[in-house]
Design a protein around this ligand. Structure first.
Ligand SMILES: [Fe+2]
Ligand SMILES: [Fe+2]
Length: 170
């Protein structure tokens, strides 16, 4: 067994590495989600969030550097799990395009909630450590995740209402 972790700063670096892994994973995943989505607003949302996600990676790397540390990603089973749910749903359920759009909206919202929880924890810890610049970098990411979640929720509501209407008319 490795040495026991006892410093809050080490926990912070671990969590920062975890979110770095998640963000890098999302840079690779978002183009796929964009391609899978047929709803225009949803596809555009994924495309725009891909740009932001590239910046999230940079901000997290910068946060490491501000602390005098080399950016080091920590494998994040949480984001891998969300990805696996997506892959398994597609292969097991062969969803129609409408169902797929709704599913992708939910998968996106899950991801944003996950990122929001990560950044809220990190910002709290960075504030306690008195690392103002790191707080600013991570707050920028946090705010964009919150906006992305709100957009996904609005799309999800629209898709659910359209779906319900179609069902009563059929
Ligand atoms: Fe992000
Ligand atoms: Fe995000």
């Amino acid at each position: 067994m490795s040495a026991k972790m006892s410093e809050p700063r080490d926990l912070f670096l671990h969590e920062l590495g975890d979110v770095l892994y998640a963000e890098r994973t999302l840079v690779k995943t978002l183009p796929k989600l964009q391609e899978e989505a047929s709803d225009e607003e949803l596809a555009l949302g994924f495309e725009e969030h891909l740009d932001e996600t590239g910046q999230h990676v940079k901000n997290v790397e910068l946060a490491f550097e501000k602390l005098g540390e080399k950016p080091t990603a920590e494998k994040c089973p949480g984001i891998e799990g969300i990805k696996r749910e997506h892959d398994e749903f597609l292969s097991k359920e062969s969803p129609s395009q409408d169902v797929l759009d709704s599913f992708l909206t939910g998968a996106g919202a899950r991801t944003e909630h996950y990122e929001i929880a990560a950044y809220e924890g990190l910002v709290t810890m960075a504030e306690a450590m008195g690392e103002t610049e790191v707080v600013e970098l991570l707050t920028e990411n946090l705010e964009q995740e919150k906006t992305a979640l709100e957009k996904l929720k609005a799309i999800g509501t629209r898709l659910a209402q359209n779906g319900a209407k179609q069902e009563t008319h059929s």
